[in-house]
Design a binder for this molecule. Structure first.
Ligand code: CMX
Ligand code: CO
Length: 145
């Protein structure tokens, strides 16, 4: 059902400075950047490795675009750091339904738009031992995709 770690989401105050840290320290280059106004983030995706299900594993660097975004609220409380983990699946709708049936709160009724045309939903961190957990079907790993 869940086939890989799709990405680790890391919240930062200054996206450009954090991107430069990842480049200078590890040699990871930016593959893609976008603003997701619904989520209130400007983000950079750093591709770490490909996977055999047609997806890949990424670091997702997140800078808030507005004060009332979930990431701005989280940064104000915690400072910079790991914000969420995302598991990849080729069926985010089915995975959310199955996991929701196991008593974990799924935050969205329907998956929403994520990075690079992906479809995403979230599981409540209080039901996941303190880890905000995202489920994602990337545009390239969706069946008939
Ligand atoms: N990881 C772990 N725990 C978290 C958390 C996180 N990222 N965010 C909040 N919490 C905890 C808080 O610490 C708090 O716990 P306590 O009550 O013990 O202090 C509790 O959850 C409630 O937190 P809150 O600050 O009041 O925040 P909200 O309830 O308003 O929102 C959540 C929490 C998970 C519902 C919200 O962050 C959310 O909807 N997240 C999903 C969307 C998202 O994160 N988008 C940005 C990333 C986009 C992308 O990946 O593409
Ligand atoms: Co994410």
């Amino acid at each position: 059902m869940l086939t890989r770690i799709d990405h680790i989401g890391i919240a930062c105050f200054d996206l450009d400075a954090t991107v430069e840290f990842y480049r200078a320290t590890y040699g990871f280059e930016v593959f893609h950047t976008e603003v997701n106004e619904e989520q209130g983030v400007r983000e950079a995706m750093l591709r770490i490795n490909g996977t055999d299900d047609g997806g890949a594993s990424w670091i997702q660097l997140l800078e808030p675009t507005r004060e009332d975004s979930t990431v701005a609220k989280w940064l104000a409380k915690n400072g910079e750091g790991v914000h969420h983990i995302a598991f990849g699946t080729d069926d985010v709708d089915g995975a959310a339904e199955t996991i929701g049936g196991r008593g974990v709160r799924v935050l969205y009724d329907e998956p929403r738009r994520g990075s690079m045309g992906s479809r995403i939903t979230f599981l409540h961190p209080k039901d996941c031992h303190g880890v905000l957990t995202e489920l994602v079907t990337s545009a390239t790993s969706a069946p008939e995709g």
